[in-house]
Design a protein around this ligand. Sequence first.
Ligand code: FES
Ligand code: FES
Length: 213
Amino acid sequence: MQDPDATEISRRGFIVLGSSTVAATALPQAAQAQKAVAEPSLPPPWKVSLKVNGKACELELDARTTLLDALREHLHLTGSKKGCDQGQCGACTVIAGGRRINSCLTLAVMHQGDEITTIEGLGTPDDMHPMQSSFVKCDGYQCGYCTPGQICSSVAMLDEVKAGIPSHATADLMEPPKLTPEELRERMSGNICRCGAYSNIFDAINEVAGGTV
Ligand code: FES
Ligand code: FES
């Protein structure tokens, strides 16, 4: 007659053997999955050539790097400020190929070969751009956080008016735009000043424009 205990042991032994086989198979898979989570493979860096403030710059960047981060974090040009990082404040305004842009809204890799001018490239403390001098003279700032963007934006804005580019405030699209107070305010509306130094900013720009507003 068969010993019932022997049957029980062999049944338990079978379960233990089966469990350890499953565990042995599952463990390497789990370890591999954990490794994949712990070590995500990064995309290779992109090579980008920019001409920043007249100087050739070669960068190797994650393709997702914004122009603002490339300037601030990789080239250490911290004059351009990060206010909102989503195109609402204008603190990051730089001039790319002669046009003002929000550098937080564009990727550095989209500017291969472009000429970029930041506030550092407009002038120096000893040799300021007329717009920089005018902001100092007219006291066109309080905390100064928006000021680099305001100055880069206003310099390019006056060039836009000279080039005959209309704004939403241009009354007659058949005539070259004139820098009226409405035009100036509309054209600078993308640059927010949280200190509210708008009237002095207005005066500073107006002075460079020849006091025509
Ligand atoms: S930081 Fe770019 S618009 Fe605010
Ligand atoms: S001067 Fe402070 S935000 Fe404009």
